[in-house]
Design a protein around this ligand. Structure first.
Ligand code: TYD
Ligand code: MG
Length: 464
């Protein structure tokens, strides 16, 4: 059997789908034109023959399955990363030997975040090795100078060859290894280019082995392609313990760190950061941050409450409704889903009787956030109505709820937490689905206005 022959296979750069021939559309993720040819070496050892032996192999190797009672639980050691928001997303700290992937758009701040994590952890006496394949040592030093003082325990190394890196890791024996980024790393075992699916898969596999056998916590940085996934992403996502995405609008300063997979904690947590002159700072009060600079007496501005993970965050929905100067009205949405905005405008037209057909409408979630939560519906509708009528809603008002096609206001998740967040920031009135208003007992000074329909909500505002 000619098992060692070099052959080539086609991989989808998006999802890692493997095929013997080229295809225009990937059958795995349905992306177009993502298949690229990569050489692969067939695995050594002959497939089926390795499977012979059965019971005798098990006897020789001592392999045995265990019952739950026989399995000892080793409580994983966790490190404090020194950054509260980061700990929260990881699930109360970094687990020893965990392999964590941090994905995000280029330039969003992944290197900065990890450098800051490394700074805190090394200051606590842990040995950290930061391997960069993207920046030179002097570039790293310039970045570090913006952030602050660094401890001696933090070591830097610029290299892209995996074998060299492994050699340094074995010599240094760090507690935490940072690989920035996986797309620049290459193993000599694989002939494909760095960043290709087979390289990314191979290097991650080697790093996984190191993490588990040496008990080193490894962070892998992965850049996201324009479709919103790390190159060769699903290949990576199932191999690692934790997948975090660092996202945000590059032009706005806030950043959200979100766990999409976590073997050691919940995926419902998010961390909020702000990028400033001296690196990233934690935003402990995201609602206040999102509402900064809000106009207090303008029509078309409504504060609503979204839930990110399990965290309620207040934010401002803005709408601008103007008479169209063309035959065809223009509708635009930034942050909110345009289809949803169109639907809500149709509901307003039919159920509330607003003549929006010859109006342009622009809807914006302030602060550059992107959200698609149904609970924003009521806020969007009220912002459109108040802009249309040039009516400034009370500055102490919050509104949330899902709006249905009949103009009814429906229940949303975590209503009590949303009200509590509004109370915490000193809001005085809250329009919310009637069924939920009745059930909330403690509103801490917030007057609850339960509504069953959009028209009810407009009556609360006094414009119906
Ligand atoms: P970086 O961490 O290099 O992004 P990534 O590793 O995800 O590609 O972040 C780079 C951006 O952050 C860059 O545009 C400069 C900005 N930045 C600041 O605004 N303040 C700072 O203190 C630092 C270090 C970077
Ligand atoms: Mg970087």
């Amino acid at each position: 059997m000619a098992a060692k022959a070099v052959k080539s296979v086609f991989f989808c750069q998006e999802c890692g789908y493997e095929s013997a021939k080229w295809m225009g559309q990937c059958p795995g993720c349905h992306a177009w034109n993502t298949m690229v040819e990569e050489p692969v070496r067939a695995a050594s050892g002959g497939g089926k023959t390795a499977r012979s032996g059965g019971a005798s192999v098990a006897h020789r190797t001592g392999a045995r399955a265990l019952s739950l009672r026989e399995i000892a639980v080793d409580e994983k050691q966790r490190f404090d990363t020194g950054i509260g928001e980061f700990n929260r997303v990881l699930g109360s700290g970094l687990v020893r030997g965990a392999l964590t992937l941090i994905g995000g758009d280029p330039g969003i701040g992944k290197s900065t975040l990890l450098l800051q994590v490394a700074r805190h952890m090394s200051a606590a006496g842990l040995k950290i090795l930061y391997v960069s394949g993207e920046e030179s040592l002097s570039q790293i030093k310039l970045r570090a100078a913006r952030i602050g003082e660094f401890a001696e325990e933090l070591k830097f190394f610029c290299e892209t060859d995996l074998d060299t890196i492994i050699g340094v890791v074995e010599a240094e024996k760090p507690a935490v290894l940072i690989i920035d980024s996986i797309q620049t790393m290459a193993s000599a075992e694989v002939s494909a280019a760095p960043g290709s699916v087979s390289q990314v898969r191979e290097t991650t596999g080697v790093l996984l082995k190191i993490a588990k056998s040496e008990g080193i916590s490894v962070f892998i940085v992965g850049h996201v392609t324009k479709e919103g996934t790390v190159a060769g992403p699903r290949v990576l996502e199932h191999m690692v313990d934790t997948v975090l995405y660092f996202e945000g609008d590059r032009h706005a300063s806030y950043r959200i760190l979100r766990a999409v997979k976590n073997r050691f904690g919940s995926t419902n947590e998010i961390g909020v950061f702000e990028m400033g002159e001296t690196g990233l700072t934690e935003v402990e009060n995201p609602s206040q941050f999102m509402l900064e600079g809000r106009p207090l007496d303008a029509g078309g501005s409504i504060v609503t409450c979204a839930v990110e993970g399990t965290r309620p965050i207040l934010m401002e929905v803005q709408a601008l409704v103007t008479r169209t100067s063309f035959g065809f009205p223009r509708r635009q949405a930034a942050g909110a889903d345009l289809n949803r905005v169109n639907l809500l405008m149709a509901v307003l037209e039919k159920r509330v009787g607003l003549a929006l057909a010859d109006c342009d409408a622009y809807v914006n979630l302030a602060g550059g956030v992107r959200l698609q939560e149904p609970a924003l519906d009521l806020g969007i509708c009220l912002a459109v109505v108040t802009s249309f009528r040039n009516f400034a809603a009370d500055a102490g008002l919050v509104a949330f709820g899902e709006v249905g096609l009949s103009g009814e206001v429906r229940a949303v998740s975590l209503a009590e937490q949303r009200v509590a967040e509004a109370a915490r920031l000193g809001f005085t009135d809250c329009i919310l689905p009637a069924a939920q208003a009745e059930r909330i007992k403690k509103a801490d000074g917030v007057k609850l206005h339960g509504v069953r329909s959009l028209n009810d909500a407009l009556r609360v505002l006094g414009i119906r």
